[in-house]
Each structure stands twice: as C-alpha cells, then as structure tokens.
Design a protein around this ligand. Sequence first.
Ligand code: PLP
Length: 512
Amino acid sequence: MAIPHLEFLKHLFRVKRHVYLDHNATTRVSSRVQRTMNRVLRRSYGNPSSLYSIARKSAEIMDDARRHVAHAVGADSHEILFTGCATESNNAVLKSVSAHFYPRKKKIISSPIEHPSVMKTLQFLTTQGIVVEYCPVDRYGRVNPSEIENLIDEDTFLVCCMLANNEIGTVQDVRAIAEISRRRGVLVLSDCVQAFGKIPVDVHGLGVDYASFSAHKLHGPKGVGALYVKQGSPFAPLLHGGHQEEGLRAGTEGLHNIAGFGTACRDVNKLLAQAGRIGTLKQQIIDRLRLIKPDCVVNSPDTGCLPNTANITFPNTSNAALLAMFDYHGIAVSAGSACNTHDDKPSDTLKAIGLSDRAAKETVRFSLGSETTARDIRYTAWAFREYVEGRSLLVNIVSPLELDEPFLLDEQNYILDVRTQGLRKKVKSLPNAHEVSFTAIGKSLHLLPRDKHILVVCQGGGLSYIAAYFLRAKGFERVSSLRTGVCGWKERRGDLYHRLAGQNVTSVRATG
Ligand code: PLP
C-alpha cells in the first residue's frame, strides 16, 4: 500500500510546472515596478519637456529615476542618458566615438564575445573604414588584459569589453583593462547589461568611459536602457530631433518605462543579496545534470562567473530537442545557438571559446533568477533524466533523405510548415505543405488532422521540434519533426526541390 501512495505523491510533485530559467534573456517585471509604471501611466501624462505643472511633475519623475539609476551603477546623475534599449546605447557609443576619431584614428579593439548589439555594429563600422581587432579569449571566454595592451597602438581610440557575458556568464577584469587603456589614452566602452543586478557594478570604480544598461534584465520594463557617459568623454547623438536628454537623445521620453527602470534600480541591492542563494542553486543544477549525463561539459567558468549562468554542452544531444522537451514540461531555457533559422551557426561567443558547430548545437544555457527555487532545479533535473533515459514523450525525427516523392505525395502525411513569411521567401516550401506560423499553431489546432501523420518542418530543424512536442502535448498521436529543416531537404534533395518545391502549398487558415 505504501508504494502506490508514494507514487501518487511523486506524481503530484511532478505535475507540470512553469520554471523560468532564462533570466539572461529577460526577467519578469516586479510588482513594485508594475505599481510605479501603472501610477505614472494613470497620472503623469505631462510631457517632461513642457513647462506647466503636470509636465514639471513628469520631469521630476525623470530626475528621480535618473538618480536611482546613477546611484545603482556608481555614476553621477548627469552622466546617465536614457535610451530605448541597451542595443541603442551600444550603437550610439560605437558610432559616435568612431565618427569623432575617424580618420585621425581608425582602430577599435574588442573582445570577440560581445553581444550582437556590439558585434554587428562593429561589423558595420568596418564598412565605414574602421579597423576592428579582436583580442583572443581562453576556453572560458576570459580576456587577458595584457593581450589588450599588446594590441593597443597609435591608431587605437576605443577598447570594447563587456563586464559579463550573456551566454556563458564570464566576468571580465574590466577595471584592469580600463586602467591599461587610460594609460595609453584609449577610451573604454563596457556593456554592463548582464552584470547589472547580478554582481555589483560601479562605473567610476571600473574607470570606464561608457557603459550600457538595460532595465528588463533586472525586473524592469522592456524598451528602456541607459548609457553612462563619463564627464568629458566625446559623445554625439544617434537620434536627432528634440532637445531631450540635453540634446543627446532626441524623442519624447517613455516616462512610465523610465520610472519603472528607476524603481527596478532601487531594488538592485535586494537582487545582489540573492547572489549566494542563486549561486548554490546553479551548482545544484550543474551537479544534478552531470550525475545524469556525466559527459556533459560546463562552458561557464567556476570562478569569475555570474552567479546565475550555467552554459552546458550535452554531447550527442541536440539542443533543439532539449529545448522542445523542456518546453513541453513548462521549463524555459535557451539554446547556445539560434535554432530557428538556417543561420544555425554557433554564436560568436561559443566559437571564440573553441566550440565546434556541432558542440554549439548541443549547448544549452540555464540562467537562474531571484524567483528560482530548489524545487525548480529538482523538477528540471527530473525532466532531463526522463529524456535521457528515454521516458519522455517522443517525437519522431525524419531525415531529409527520407523525404522522397512517395512520402511527399502520400495523403497520409500532413506537412505542417511553421516558418515565417520572410523565411518562406528565402527557401520555397515542401510540396503539399500546409503553412501556419509558429506563433499561430495554438489557435489552429482544430484545423489539423488527428488521423494523419503530421510532419512539422521549419527552416533549420529547431522550431519544428518545439512545435512537434507541443502537438504531442495536445494529443496528436503521430507527429514528426524534419531534421535540418527545409534548408537541409533542399541541400540533400536538390533534384526534388527544383522539381516540386512550392507546389500545392496551402495556408492552414485558408483551408479551414
Ligand atoms: N548586451 C548584452 C550583454 C545583452 O545580454 C543584451 C540583451 O540580451 C543587450 C546588450 C541588449 O539589450 P536590449 O535588449 O536592451 O537591447
């Protein structure tokens, strides 16, 4: 009798939960921030640039928020600009500082593991005559400050090094880098987006000239960022127009977002106080996953790492499949490489630390947060064990070579293409495909046949896994996912692609 009772309790424990382990992507807005934002939206509609009293009230709210942000990052209020996001902050610095120095000086030194908002901007700047040199990093993404020193020459005007990496969590010695750069008369930009709220950030102490921040990484709203510009450092606006932000960032301010950012910054010490607890949970998840799959490789460094970030490669396990399985169990994690397009290449960070394309596609990032509990960790490890030991709900995998003419023309096979319109323009659909966008599947379930074999396809083979798991969870019995997606099929079955692709394609809504 005892055993069934125990089983029942175990079952209760394992009832599907929602576990959010993607705090480096974004965080939930805290209730205190929500209250602030609601209050501002309800009452404070005055334009902060106007002169009458309701406008002055809005300007006061801006001042308060700026003070809170400045205080939280160790800056003076007049050194903080509000922007639309950290991407804008990074763009503004890189483009304006380059314009300031070019053509007198042309070189920027960067770490190779910067966020795309830096990497892509640097790539753009190289088309404008700027030279970018990347300082090598070690296996854990660490930049050696003396290597930066070796790269600095007469032509160098800026060093760009993030404080903490978003994918693997590595924390850089930005203070040492800034000290070297200052001695050599070179400016420093540090992207502090991921560090803020997880480890202490003090821009004056770091000695950097520019630093970028984003509210939504620390329980603030999306769509607002901040930029620290050290007094006297060159800077010119990215957006021209009104005289907001002392003429350095035109555009009527999103007051509710800025106020929300200010409130989030007031709570930053509470977040920092959780670092020890979160670090312990991170170690628990690493230990538990290692126990289940001893050959997994942790890419995040043991020391000098954000307390919440564990980036792990699981050999011979597709991260798309893992993501889909975790999602099926209500667990949100992130892949080490974008798995929804044919650009299924490893990220710059994973490449720079030496991961092969294959290892990158076996890599998952777990990023914990203030709401993460020990139970979340146990549940995540349980879901992983179920998967590794073959007990998870199964989705069949179809290889592109199996997609021959008889398969494609067999009416028992229902091909569901979950790509966006943009991707369908790049690569034509499979013949007889039924198109529905990934985000609309939930609303289209009643239009899908329950008596047929559904083959879900996407561009690169990642999203289709998630959609296929979703269909299985909704009771569809025979569901498969096309490995390597439509691109893989085009590559391996070029003959069929040229003869049949795009024929007899219908929209799921239209057929319904
Ligand atoms: N920099 C880093 C390190 C990030 O992780 C992110 C967001 O993921 C950004 C910049 C961009 O921030 P935002 O979403 O505010 O543009």
